[in-house]
Design a protein around this ligand. Structure first.
Ligand SMILES: Cc1cc2nc3c(=O)[nH]c(=O)nc-3n(C[C@H](O)[C@H](O)[C@H](O)COP(=O)(O)OP(=O)(O)OC[C@H]3O[C@@H](n4cnc5c(N)ncnc54)[C@H](O)[C@@H]3O)c2cc1C
Length: 236
C-alpha cells in the first residue's frame, strides 16, 4: 500500500510485487458532522487538517506539516510532541486480505508512538472526534508550530522524515549527532546538518546511498552508546 510515499525508501531495484494506491477521488472524501469528521484514507493529511480547521474543529491541527495521506498517518500513528492522529480516531474502516470490509471501533484500536494496531491490508476510511474552537485561534497555533518545524527540520530538501524512531527517553537525532555523523555524506545523500535524524538527498542520490548511511548510524550509535536504532522509515 502506497500512501503519499513520505515515509518510504524504495530500493534501487524497485518493488517485486503489486503496489496499490488509493488515488481514485472516491477514497479522498472528507465529511463533517458536528464534531465528527470522516475522511477517506486516500485524502491528504493536510486536506483533512484544513477541512477541520475551516469547520472550527480542533485536534488534528497539531499534525500540521506532516506530509502524506490519511491512510499512511493512521498506519504509523503520525504525530509529534503535541499529539498524534490516533488519539482522535473513533472508527476505522478496513479491507482485509481476504476481501472483507469491516469497521473497527475505538475499543478495538490501539495506538502508541509510531505504532497502530491497524494492520489489515488496506485502511479505507476513518472518523475522528474533535472539539469546537475558533478557527482563527487554531490557525494561530498552527502557524507557531509550522514556524518551529521550519526552524528545526530541513524542509527545503527531499527526505523521508525521521529515519529512526526515538529510543525510549532519548532523541535519535542527538545520538547520531553525538556519534559525529551530522553532515556525513555518502554519494548524494547526507545526514542533515539541521536535524541529524533526517537524511536529505540531492539529485542523483540512490537508495543505496541512504542505506549505507542508515547502516553507518546504526553501527556507530550501537558501538558508542549501546543503543540499537530502530527504523521509523519503511524500506521496500
Ligand atoms: C519533511 C517530513 C516531515 C515529517 N514529519 C513527520 C512528523 O512530524 N511526524 C510523523 O509521524 N511523521 C513525519 N513524517 C513522516 C511521514 O510524513 C508520515 O509517516 C506520514 O504519515 C506517512 O504517510 P504517507 O501517506 O506518505 O505513507 P507512505 O510513506 O506512503 O506509507 C507509510 C506506511 O503506511 C502504509 N500505508 C499507507 N497508506 C495505507 C493504507 N491506506 N492502508 C494501509 N497501509 C497504508 C504503507 O504501506 C507504509 O507501510 C515526515 C516526513 C517528511 C518527509
Amino acid at each position: 500500500m502506497l500512501g503519499g510515499g513520505s515515509n518510504l525508501l524504495v530500493r534501487d531495484e524497485g518493488v517485486a510485487g503489486v503496489v496499490l494506491s488509493l488515488s481514485d477521488p472516491a477514497f479522498s472524501k472528507i465529511e463533517v458532522d458536528g464534531t465528527r469528521i470522516t475522511a477517506g484514507a486516500g485524502a491528504s493529511l493536510s486536506h483533512l487538517i484544513s477541512h477541520s480547521v475551516k469547520a472550527g474543529l480542533a485536534g488534528l491541527d497539531v499534525l500540521v506539516g506532516i506530509p502524506g495521506s490519511v491512510g499512511g498517518a493512521l498506519h504509523g500513528n503520525a504525530g509529534g510532541k503535541s499529539g498524534d492522529i490516533g488519539q482522535h480516531v473513533r472508527t476505522a474502516k478496513v479491507l482485509t486480505i481476504s476481501g472483507e470490509v469491516y469497521v473497527r471501533q475505538e475499543d478495538e484500536l490501539s495506538f502508541a508512538y509510531r505504532f497502530s494496531s491497524l494492520n489489515e491490508l488496506i485502511i479505507l476510511e476513518a472518523s475522528f472526534e474533535l472539539h469546537h474552537e475558533d478557527p482563527e485561534e487554531i490557525t494561530r497555533r498552527m502557524r507557531k508550530l509550522w514556524i518551529m518545524k521550519k526552524a528545526t527540520q530541513p524542509l527545503t530538501f527531499q527526505s523521508a522524515g525521521c529515519i529512526f524512531k526515538n529510543p525510549r527517553g532519548m532523541s535519535a537525532g542527538w545520538l547520531i549527532e553525538q556519534a559525529g555523523l551530522k553532515g556525513t555524506k555518502v554519494g548524494e545523500a547526507e545526514f542533515s546538518d539541521r536535524h541529524a535524524n533526517f537524511i536529505v538527498t540531492r539529485p542523483g542520490a540512490t537508495s543505496q546511498d541512504v542505506l549505507k548511511l542508515i547502516d553507518l548510524a546504526q553501527a556507530k550509535v550501537s558501538s558508542q552508546f549501546g543503543v540499537d536504532l530502530e527504523l521509523e522509515v519503511q524500506i521496500w
